[in-house]
Structure formats: structure tokens, C-alpha cells
Ligand binder design. Structure first.
Ligand code: FHN
Length: 455
């Protein structure tokens, strides 16, 4: 009798499974989440290049004698050159007409990728469409694209080819919420909120089809959406609709948390910090900080607020020690060349990483207390455990709860005296290591890294 019931149940469940399978064949049933291993490359990469480039780059932060930030205009108080149209009140027709002279004759995708590679960057994210709605690729969805400029060549296609040639991961920023030139796209916060029905039209007619184009044409490793702590039209339903579209068209494309800043949900692949925000605690989900070299993201000829390579390396090291990445922005000029101060800084950072990259790439955070200005990562190499200690300022003695066997300066191999004592408590054994740091090490002003062999 039992056998009969079991057989019946088996038939029923097989029937249900077959019906389910048929349903899946008719319409692919994809999970909204990717397996965590797909984000492993991102977790290990640590350092990426962000590029804000578009029609706004042509205005270089100034328009008709005004320069951002301009406090005489109601909403002019921002350095962001990619926001020049609404902030310096550039008439929209005039702004859109910039497309008629966009001609980046110095654009050399391979040169960009080589620069990123030499800087030690492991992935590139380019603004495929920023808030102004202009597409840098050959888009069948909109005429407001690079093919309707004198340049007439697909910038993204060139970049993708170069990334593939140099083994560089690549992704695209896509402004899915703000679109200032398509009816229904969201507008700056000081303007009336667009009607949700109109937004839906924009969503169905431009945002979703363009994202699909990016996926199908260029097979990106990640997509970077942008919302922030403001009310948006990106409801849970729209967020999941967009995620479903991405999953249906790619088995690898990672999605950032800003797809819906206030409610990213469980299905995104990595978290995006606020701009230039560097957490003080370890975060377990993959994450990154998008960061500027100056104040502006888009090219701004009069934004002289350049951070030093050392300062930026400190942010990189901070993020690495907390399990995150550093996505550092460049605003290329309208002709496609990279600004000299940016290139100089990239090369300095690359030189430091050439010597100290072992302590960064693929390194994990180590949850121990550190003095201010000191950061730590951890790695296992050939079965041996190592801690890497980053010294961002001169220090004489360093004490750590570590069972340190020996320590050297990573770049030179110079031995660093270390004394480790075993402390026996009721709760168990603990180790305390004290390092004596030679003052000479700080004749070199860049971050010094100690490689410490543990047990
Ligand atoms: O408004 C944008 C801004 O222009 C830039 O693209 C940054 C990059 O993180 N995101 C928004 C502001 O957070």
C-alpha cells in the first residue's frame, strides 16, 4: 500500500517537475541572483577606473563666462561638470546641439586601457549614458547618440575591443533614473517630479531597451546604476524588472547597489558606497567606493583640487583592508585625451602597486585593532599565512595581537625586528608582537608595507 502511495507521489512530483520544466523552456526561468562566486573577480580586483565622458566634457565646467560652482545661480553650487546643463542653466537645445561638434579625434581606447593597466587597475567602468541621456554607443533606441556626431564611431565598441585585447574587465555606468532629454526621464530634484506614467513610458521605451542593447552588444562584466538618497521612481517592481532583464541576458554581469539606493534588495552583487566615502569597518558583501581625483567627475578645466597620489593610495589601502574596492574616476577631455595631472597620478599609483601589489590584490581583511594610519590585510601563499601591514605615516614601535614569526619590508626585503610573546589567559593563548621600525624607512614618503609571516 505504502509503495502505491509513494509511486503515486513520485508520478505527481515528476509531473509537476515536467510541467515546471516546460514552463521554463517557454520562458527562461532565471533566478534574480547570481551565484556569489561570479563576483569573486571583483572582490579580488581592488582597483578600478571610472570614466565620466560625454557632451558635458566639451564645456569643461564653464559656460558663457560662468564656471561651476557659481553661487549666483540658484542651483549653481556644485563642482560637477557633468551637471553643467541644469546647474549653469544651459538651454537644452543648445546643450543637445553639442552633439553636432563632438569629435574626439584623440580618443584611443587602447591607450586608455593601457593607462588603467599600468596604474594597477583591474576593471574599467565608462559612462555609457549619463543623466543628460546621450549614448556613447550606436543605439538603435535613440538618435541622441555618438553616431549622430561628426565622430560617427561607436566609442564603447572600441573600448570593449581594447579591454578584451588587454584582459581588462569592463562595465558601464547607465543612468537609469535621471534622463534629462527623454520625456518622462527623471529631472534634477529642484524641478517638479515627473508623472509616474510618463516615467514608465521612458522606462519601457528607453531605459530597459538600452540596457538590453548594452548587454547583448557588449557583454559587460558589470553594470553600474545610479540613484542616491533621494526619492526616485525606482520602485521594487522596477528594480526587479531591471535585474530580471540583466539576468535573462547575461550569466556574469554584476549589478551595483545603487540600482535602488534606498532598497537594493538581496539580488544585487556588490554595494556602492557614497561618493568618496571610505568605511571604517569590514563589510562582508563585495563593495566599492566611487571616488574622484578632483571634485568633479566630468572634465573640468578649472577644478584644481587634485588629490595627491599618496592620498589616493591611502584610500585604496583603507578599502582593501576593509574588504572593498576603489573605483577611481578620470574625466577625459572632449577630444578623448586624458588630463595630464590624472595620468601623472595614475602612473605614481601604478609604480607603488608594482612594488606592493602583493599586499593588495586578492588580499583579505584581518579583523584586528590597528593604530591610526596603519592598515592590515591577510593572505595565504603556498600554505603559509601572511599579514601585510601598511604604514601611512612614520611610526617607531608597533604592537599587534599577532603570532608574528618574521617581518620584512615587502619592497626591499629589509628585515624588521619583531618580538613575539605568548600570553596565557583563562580564555586561551594569545600572542603579542612588537615591531621596531627603523626611522630610515620613512625617508621614502610613500606608504611602507611590511610582510609578516604568521605561525
Ligand atoms: O549625479 C551623479 C554624479 O554626476 C556622478 O555620476 C556620481 C558618481 O558616483 N553619481 C551621482 C552622484 O552621486
Amino acid at each position: 500500500m505504502n509503495k502505491v502511495i509513494c509511486g503515486l507521489m513520485l508520478c505527481l512530483s515528476l509531473g509537476v517537475a515536467t510541467a515546471q520544466k516546460d514552463k521554463c523552456l517557454a520562458k527562461p526561468c532565471k533566478s534574480l541572483s547570481l551565484p556569489a562566486e561570479k563576483a569573486e573577480w571583483f572582490r579580488e580586483a581592488k582597483f578600478g577606473m571610472f570614466l565620466h565622458w560625454g557632451l558635458y566634457s566639451m564645456l569643461e565646467g564653464s559656460y558663457k563666462g560662468r564656471t561651476l560652482p557659481d553661487t549666483t545661480l540658484r542651483y549653481g553650487k556644485s563642482w560637477y561638470a557633468e551637471w553643467i546643463q541644469p546647474r549653469l542653466e544651459v538651454p537644452m537645445d543648445e546643450y543637445k546641439a553639442l552633439a553636432k561638434s563632438f569629435n574626439p579625434i584623440k580618443y584611443n581606447a587602447e591607450a586608455w586601457v593601457r593607462e588603467a593597466k599600468n596604474a594597477g587597475m583591474r576593471y574599467i567602468v565608462l559612462t555609457s549614458k549619463h543623466h543628460d541621456g546621450f549614448a556613447l554607443w550606436d543605439s538603435a533606441v535613440s538618435d541622441f547618440d555618438v553616431m549622430n556626431t561628426p565622430y560617427k564611431k561607436d566609442v564603447i565598441d572600441e573600448l570593449v575591443k581594447a579591454c578584451k585585447k588587454y584582459g581588462m574587465k569592463y562595465g558601464f555606468y547607465y543612468s537609469h533614473w535621471q534622463d534629462w532629454t527623454f520625456e518622462g526621464g527623471a529631472r534634477p530634484h529642484w524641478e517638479p517630479k515627473v508623472d509616474d506614467k510618463l516615467f514608465e513610458k521612458y522606462w519601457q521605451e528607453k531605459a530597459l531597451p538600452q540596457v538590453k542593447e548594452l548587454l547583448v552588444k557588449y557583454d559587460p562584466d558589470l553594470l553600474w546604476f545610479d540613484t542616491w538618497n533621494e526619492e526616485t521612481h525606482i520602485t521594487e517592481k522596477r528594480r526587479d524588472e531591471l535585474i530580471a532583464l540583466i539576468r535573462a541576458n547575461s550569466d556574469k554581469c554584476l549589478i551595483n547597489g545603487r540600482i535602488c539606493f534606498t532598497n537594493p534588495g538581496e539580488n544585487i552583487d556588490f554595494l556602492e558606497m557614497f561618493d568618496n566615502d571610505y568605511p571604517k569597518e569590514i563589510i562582508n558583501k563585495p563593495w566599492q567606493t566611487p571616488a574622484t581625483m578632483q571634485h568633479s567627475w566630468g572634465y573640468h578645466a578649472k577644478d584644481y583640487n587634485w588629490k595627491s597620489a599618496d592620498e589616493m593610495l591611502r584610500y585604496l589601502v583603507n578599502n582593501t583592508s576593509k574588504g572593498g574596492n576603489y573605483l577611481l574616476n578620470i574625466g577625459p577631455k572632449a577630444d578623448g585625451s586624458l588630463p595630464l595631472p590624472a595620468v601623472r597620478r595614475l602612473r605614481e599609483m601604478g609604480a607603488w602597486l608594482m612594488a606592493n601589489g602583493e599586499a593588495v590584490y586578492g588580499a583579505k581583511p584581518l579583523d584586528i585593532e590597528t593604530p591610526e594610519g596603519v592598515y592590515v590585510t591577510y593572505k595565504v601563499i603556498d600554505g603559509k599565512s601572511y599579514a601585510y601591514i601598511f604604514l601611512t605615516k612614520p611610526i617607531e614601535f608597533l604592537g599587534f595581537h599577532l603570532n608574528a614569526r618574521k617581518a620584512v619590508v615587502l619592497e626591499t626585503g629589509q628585515p624588521i625586528p619583531v618580538e613575539t610573546v605568548k600570553l596565557i589567559f583563562e580564555r586561551g593563548e594569545e600572542y603579542e608582537a612588537v615591531f621596531t621600525i627603523p626611522a630610515d624607512l620613512f625617508r621614502d614618503s610613500s606608504i611602507q608595507v611590511l610582510k609578516v609571516q604568521l605561525n
